[in-house]
Design a protein. Structure first.
Lengths: 476, 293
């Protein structure tokens, strides 16, 4: 993928890498022609500061003025004001000491936000990076790797709002609508067959009695006398394509019977009798129970008939509850307990491509000879990956992880959009709480400012690492 | 390399080679599966946007594969006749374009000064700007809201533009200074000897040479601002919001508004996706250089 090679523009590499990181596929910013060439502070005192190109410093000031004015007014001053505001109370008139900070760590809702943020910062970046690494390594070996990369990288271009709407749809609870649950229920039902007729039941308890969801005949069955198991209440969609019910064929010495829907459209049928046109219930499990023990079982055929061996003679017939259980409805993805992992899933969908592209660029600069040498020495692919590729990529992996962590720390849109009102509090994160505290439902700008300062403190280490790296490059 | 290759081949036994082939097949299948998996959510939204509300409420988007007759452009008609949403697209453009141009312009001026002009404490100033790279926008929300309020530009498009410009600047300055610094000194000196003034030098030599970096920065900033919701939520005119906020206002009645949400989300994605496909290279380098925000 030509895109992975960073283009000339990124001559600087990612700005956050740890001090000793060579930026992927890019040279450091200080080329030979860089800046004035003279190291250290440029304008020596006493000497008129003039650029190599012969400019006066007031010209430089004019060039810088717009940027510095904007940064000063909208970035630097706000930092100071936020710190100041975080020590004032809700109204902004009285001094509150550290009360706002205390509230950040004691308030129930903000504690949830803190806890969720910890989960976010640990899980999301590592999952995205791990996936990115796997994708980058695998796509290197297939010819259509570029197409794959475009597919995975594409979500980065769309807004978190759009991604949020996309995933609201994916996580719909109803398996008929949400694809996540549709797949989940599909897999579940493959391993555990769904009940054939949820909700079906006898019309009354004259023939069958109910116990724990199962229906049992009142009288024992005899071989040679066909048993009738009439049910009503089967859902029309479960009866699609059902055949008409038939009385069982004679089978010498065996117990036979029919399970059917004892209901004639338009009325007129006789209860307990197989009237013409009444539908058979196919696939119902019928058990013969004697003294509380199941002695035989059979499943009704397409015409509703079933045949039990001789051992069933004189037993009670039972239709176990598994025939009528409500269908499995899947997972409540956006319910209180799963909402955060579900949203993290959406985030990983958006950002794994970012990790993949950065790692792929790093991978392109790994010397092939090293990998080949390891293979010649008899290492298998897994060992090459684990012992050679990953250690060589460690700096890039570090950059990706740190970048994603900073990004995740401030996660807001996805949570705000995906979490339904009912579980918004369970999905709470710091940036969301900050918004709510500052502009939303529970206005206390003191607390909002305290959260803002807290977020800033969390990214300070990265800021320092950035600065140290740049100073080092300057001194080279 | 070829000799090395044959040496490796020769060393690997037949079973190992068969295992390798099989592994390759499994790997391809895995990648195809992942690719489809990654596409599914977007395809789901796309197909949903072409079904009517009743169908969406009744069944999943995959039903269109068995019932292609369900496909309809009704949601889009509803969307296009919805004035709020259509106006919001214009607002988004009116925010995004100036915010992008301003960042490039102001950033390039400063980047040039940091790369080629001499003034006291230049390196310290530059470090200070770079230090601001990782400052979370959240820190500025309350103070800037207050500030804009007193300036009378709270809840207005110019306010949103200024906010985006300011927070785009550290990255812009960082990227452009580093790029401009690589311009050969002789070029600048030659232009200077030809009598070009500082401004002329900047406009005629530095800006054109900075093309690739400016493209990366511009695309990155464009997408960033176009896709933003948080800043617009606070600083944009709530009666005349950009598309992200206009759609966000509909999310609380998700089921009821699904027709507008699905088609609107797609419409809002159209521009970023077009930009993405047209300028992939620049986008990737922009992302690589600065997804820290």
């Amino acid at each position: 993928m030509s895109t992975a090679s960073a283009g000339g523009a990124a001559a600087s590499g990612p700005p956050v890498p740890p001090a000793d990181t060579p930026p992927p596929g890019a040279s450091g910013p200080s080329g030979p022609s860089s800046a004035s060439g003279a190291p250290g502070p440029s304008g020596a005192p006493g000497k008129k500061p003039r650029s190599v190109l012969g400019t006066r410093s007031w010209v430089a000031a004019l060039f810088l003025l717009p940027a510095l004015a904007l940064l000063g007014a909208l970035v630097v001053y706000p930092i100071g004001y936020s710190v100041y505001r975080s020590f004032l109370d809700a109204s902004g008139d009285g001094f509150a000491g550290v009360d706002n900070y205390r509230e950040v760590f004691t308030d129930e809702r903000i504690r949830t936000a803190l806890k969720n943020n910890v989960i976010w910062v640990i899980v999301a970046p590592s999952v995205a990076t791990a996936l990115g690494l796997i994708f980058a390594v695998l796509t290197e070996r297939v010819r259509w790797g570029t197409a794959f990369k475009i597919v995975v990288f594409m979500p980065m271009a769309i807004s978190m709002l759009a991604a949020g709407i996309i995933f609201r749809l994916v996580y719909e609870q109803n398996p008929d609508r949400g694809v996540a649950n549709a797949v989940w229920v599909g897999v579940h039902d493959t391993f555990k067959a769904p009940a054939p007729f949820p909700g079906a039941h006898p019309r009354d308890d004259r023939l069958l009695t109910e116990a724990g969801g199962a229906f049992t005949t009142r009288t024992v069955v005899k071989a040679g006398t066909p048993a009738v198991l009439p049910l009503v209440g089967a859902k029309p969609k479960d009866l699609k394509g059902a055949k008409t019910a038939e009385p069982p064929r004679e089978a010498a010495g065996r117990v036979t019977g029919t399970v059917w829907r004892d209901f004639t459209r338009g009325g007129g049928g006789t209860p307990g009798v197989i009237d013409p046109g009444e539908k058979a219930l196919k696939g119902v499990t019928v058990e013969a129970v004697r003294d509380g023990r199941t002695v035989a079982s059979a499943t009704s055929a397409a015409d509703g008939t079933f045949t039990l061996p001789k051992s069933a003679d004189g037993a009670l017939l039972s239709l176990p509850a598994s025939n009528f259980a409500a269908p499995y409805n899947g997972v409540d993805w956006l319910g209180p307990s799963l909402v955060t992992p579900a949203i993290i899933g959406a985030y990983v969908w958006m950002w794994a491509g970012f990790a993949m592209v950065l790692i792929a660029a790093g991978l392109a600069s790994v010397p092939r000879e090293l990998l080949e040498a390891a293979r010649v020495d008899g290492a298998n692919e897994w060992q090459v990956f684990r012992r050679v590729t990953v250690p060589l990529l460690a700096p890039v992996l570090g950059v990706v992880l740190v970048t994603l962590m900073i990004n995740v720390l401030k996660i807001f849109d996805l949570v705000y959009i995906i979490a339904p009102g009912a579980s918004l509090d369970n999905a709470n994160v710091l940036a969301l709480q900050l918004y709510q505290s500052s502009f939303g439902t529970d206005v206390n700008q003191g607390v909002g400012s305290a959260i803002a300062v807290f977020l800033l403190v969390l990214v300070l280490p990265v800021m320092l690492v950035n600065l140290r790296r740049i100073r080092k490059e300057r001194q080279r | 390399m070829t000799t090395l290759d044959t040496a490796v081949r020769a060393k690997r036994s037949l079973p190992a080679r068969i295992a390798g082939r099989l592994g390759g097949g499994v790997m391809r299948l895995f990648l195809i599966a992942v690719g489809l998996f990654w596409l599914t959510p977007t395809v789901g939204l796309l197909l949903s946007s072409f079904r009517d509300k009743g169908d969406i409420a009744a069944s999943g988007w995959w039903k269109v594969f068995s019932h292609p007759a369900q496909l309809t452009t009704e949601s889009y008609s509803t969307l296009f006749s919805n004035d709020t949403v259509m106006k919001s697209l214009l607002t988004t453009a009116l925010i995004t374009v100036p915010a992008t141009v301003l960042v490039v312009l102001v950033g390039a001026l400063a980047g040039y000064a940091f790369a080629w002009l001499d003034f006291p404490g230049r390196d310290w100033w530059f470090m200070a700007v770079v230090g601001l790279l990782v400052v979370p926008v959240q820190v500025a929300l309350i103070p800037v809201a207050k500030l804009f309020n007193s300036l009378g530009i709270f809840e207005s498009t110019p306010g949103v533009v200024l906010f985006h410009t300011a927070f785009g600047l550290p990255f812009a300055v960082f990227l452009l200074r580093n790029f401009f610094a690589e311009i050969p000194r002789e070029l600048l000196e030659a232009a200077r000897l030809d009598g070009a003034g500082e401004l002329r030098l900047f406009l005629r030599v530095v800006l054109p040479l900075g093309g690739p970096a400016i493209a990366s920065l511009g695309i990155f900033q464009f997408l960033w601002v176009w896709n933003d919701m948080l800043i617009a939520l606070i600083f944009a005119d709530s009666g005349n919001p950009p598309i992200t906020v206009a759609l966000q206002q509909q999310v609380r009645q998700f089921g009821d508004n699904i027709d507008i949400l699905a088609s609107g989300a797609f419409l809002s994605m159209a521009v970023p996706l077009a930009v993405f496909f047209a300028f992939q290279r620049q986008f990737v380098s922009g992302v690589m250089a600065g997804a820290v925000k």
